[in-house]
Design a protein around this ligand. Structure first.
Ligand SMILES: Nc1ncnc2c1ncn2[C@@H]1O[C@H](COP(=O)(O)OP(=O)(O)OP(=O)(O)O)[C@@H](O)[C@H]1O
Ligand SMILES: [Mg+2]
Length: 325
């Protein structure tokens, strides 16, 4: 079975270790493929289906082994060199700005979560719109690569996609066709959309999934200290699902985050991203966006291999680009 082989072969029916009654329970709860099982994990499956936790753990371990056997995941205990060679060939999505690409080491990385946070008007939504178009500009994948945009703030605008595509010499109607949009009306709707997204990702050859923004519904709907723990728990679970989607479906996940001001901060920048430690630990790359007159600054604040540095980029008719000299 090849990695990009027939997705039907990944149907849960192919798992001989699972009995028919369990398969029915899984299907009724929306788990259709081996990838779904790996993405959601044992706790989620147990909760959604009522199947015993130890059975779910065994099932998830076996599902993971199958994905290792067909090459979706690396086998355990491989050399750093093998990982290095694989990473070099992995697909990165250009941002539209040379400076920004250089900051990221060549573009937005697939199989990772990239978080953009910053004040209002710093360009988070503009970057997200631009990525919907630049993902289609990859020579290797042609215009077959699509974007999935989860809009939680009602700021997705097809007109902007159309304008950015025209400025980048892509037929706007094709560009618009290649962007799948899901509008989330509240936090639980957002969770359902993200849980159901793997099916859409495989069906449409999605290469980037955007969630703009990840936290706004949680901030609006979980108010006060008494519900803080539940809020954090839900965000944590959602982020881990997103991370597993990125790894299993080999796509880039970009999330935007708001900031909160800590008025008690005596030194340094009082602006902090929301979501606390949960967010900080799960995002693979975190970029802080700031205004700099007409231009914008992007600062890499957390990365497993980049140093903390910043670059300038501009918001323009092409979405984002480099500032004029
Ligand atoms: N067509 C355009 N050309 C150039 N700049 C634009 C264009 N459309 C919007 N902008 C600029 O983009 C900025 C808004 O950026 P954006 O909507 O990405 O902010 P954001 O970081 O998502 O903010 P929020 O936190 O409110 O969601 C504004 O300064 C606006 O002038
Ligand atoms: Mg925005």
């Amino acid at each position: 079975m090849s990695e990009d082989g027939n997705e039907e072969l990944l149907d849960i029916d192919t798992m001989s270790e699972i009995g028919p009654a369990t398969k029915t329970s899984l299907r009724q709860a929306g788990f259709k493929t081996i990838k779904d099982i790996v993405i959601r994990g044992p706790t989620d499956i147990a909760e959604a289906t009522g199947i015993a936790m130890d059975k779910c753990t065994t099932m998830c371990n076996r599902a993971r082994e199958i994905l290792e056997e067909i090459g979706v995941f690396d086998k355990p205990f491989i050399t750093a060199n093998q990982i290095y060679e694989k990473r070099k060939s992995e697909y990165r999505i250009p941002t539209g700005s040379k400076n920004f690409d250089e900051l990221l080491g060549g573009g937005i990385e697939t199989r990772a979560i990239t978080e953009l946070y910053g004040e209002f008007g710093t360009g988070k939504t503009q970057i997200c719109h631009t990525l919907c178009v630049t993902v289609q500009q990859n020579e290797k994948h042609g215009n077959l690569s699509k974007a999935l945009y989860v809009d939680t703030e009602n700021t997705f605008r097809p007109e902007r996609i159309s304008d950015i595509a025209s400025a980048r010499k892509i037929d706007p109607s094709i560009a618009l066709e290649n962007v799948i949009v899901a509008k989330a009306y509240n936090f639980s709707h957002q969770e359902v959309i993200i849980q159901e997204s793997p099916g859409i990702i495989n069906l449409h050859n999605i290469k980037i999934m955007i969630v703009d923004s990840i936290v706004s519904h949680y901030r609006a709907e979980f108010i006060g200290r008494s519900v803080l723990a539940e809020r954090q728990q839900r965000i944590n679970r959602l982020l881990h699902i997103l991370l597993r989607i990125a790894e299993t479906c080999k796509i880039a996940v970009v999330i935007t985050n708001q900031i909160q001001s800590s008025p008690d901060a005596i030194f340094g920048d009082p602006n902090k991203p929301t979501g606390g430690n949960v967010m900080a630990h799960t995002s693979t790359y975190r970029l802080y966006l700031k205004k700099a007159g007409k231009n914008r600054i992007a600062r890499m604040v957390d990365s497993p291999y980049h140093s903390e540095r910043e670059i300038l980029f501009a918001l323009n008719d092409q979405g984002i680009g480099d500032p004029q000299k």
